[in-house]
Design a protein around this ligand. Structure first.
Ligand SMILES: C[S@@+](CC[C@H](N)C(=O)[O-])C[C@H]1O[C@@H](n2cnc3c(N)ncnc32)[C@H](O)[C@@H]1O
Ligand SMILES: Nc1nc2[nH]cc(C(=O)O)c2c(=O)[nH]1
Ligand code: SF4
Ligand SMILES: [Mg+2]
Length: 246
């Protein structure tokens, strides 16, 4: 059987700007393609002809690799970024779980970081997660508020997903803005609490101009509400956008 290939957007070394591992050094592997269309999404939807590869960690000089790539090609480029100085490898996108056959071949080739594989996911493809779960160390899972993302609800998928993920180092990210509906935030909290006392990060939407659209009073009110039910609830904007990093 021929080896799977995948379209990649970019492979680079940067500082994790979101969630509870914010500030950690990571290698990012961004897959093209997504099963959702969140209105606030900051990542281009098109599948590029070339993958941008940063040849030296932190250099900001990119070479172009023709898409699609094989697991062996990707692993080689990641090795050149010096995994040993990195906390983990972030699989992101788009939606990385659209590429599970590829990941089953790729992940065993990725060695040498300190904490292994960090999956950044929209949390809607539980069957795909199940296939690669033993190979993943950390899961950053979104629960999508349908009104904020302007998509159909995914509550059932999210519940099945979180149940599978709870055996790992997992946290949930809720992307919110000024207009997020209280009933949807409450529903997300109900969902999390029904699965476990899982850390929650409330992440304000960043606008294309680099501003957040969430008044501090609203953020603090939602944090108080969530802290009545969960032990660890943090409000963290996307810090890499302030740093001007990728
Ligand atoms: C680009 S997505 C890729 C991974 C996966 N598709 C997901 O949605 O989790 C990575 C993270 O960025 C968040 N995100 C995307 N656009 C954003 C924006 N404009 N403001 C704040 N967070 C955003 C997503 O919600 C997700 O947590
Ligand atoms: N620095 C940095 N941190 C991130 N955390 C999650 C990201 C993503 O797009 O998945 C991301 C990203 O694109 N850059
Ligand atoms: S699921 Fe993630 S990549 Fe897909 S549209 Fe939403 S934010 Fe963007
Ligand atoms: Mg991003």
């Amino acid at each position: 059987m021929s080896s799977p290939v995948a379209p990649l957007v970019e492979i680079f070394s940067s500082i994790q700007g979101e969630g509870i591992w914010v500030g950690c050094r990571q290698i990012f592997l961004r897959f093209a393609g997504c099963n959702l269309t969140c209105s606030y999404c900051d990542t281009p939807r098109d599948i590029p002809r070339h993958c941008r590869w940063e040849a030296r960690p932190g250099s900001r000089e990119f070479l172009l690799l023709p898409n699609p790539l094989t697991p062996q090609e990707v692993a080689l480029k990641i090795r050149k970024l010096n995994p040993a100085i990195h906390h983990s490898i972030s699989l992101t996108g788009g939606e990385p779980l659209l590429h599970t056959s590829f990941l089953l071949e790729l992940i065993p080739l990725l060695k040498g970081t300190r904490q292994g594989i960090y999956l950044e996911t929209n949390g809607t493809l539980p069957d795909n997660l199940e296939r690669i779960l033993p190979l993943v160390d950390i899961i950053a899972m979104d629960i999508k508020l349908p009104g904020t993302a302007n998509i159909n609800p995914c509550w059932q998928e999210h519940r099945a997903f979180l149940k599978l993920a709870r055996g790992k180092h997992v946290f949930v990210k809720l992307v919110v803005d000024e207009d997020s509906k209280p009933e949807e935030i409450e529903r997300a909290l109900d969902l999390i609490c029904s699965v476990g006392d899982i850390p929650l990060v409330i992440q304000p939407v960043t606008t294309p101009e680099g501003k957040t659209r969430l008044k501090p009073e609203i953020a603090i009110t939602w944090q108080s509400r969530a802290l009545e039910r969960l032990t660890d609830v943090r409000v963290i904007p996307q810090t890499h956008k302030f740093l001007g990093h990728l």
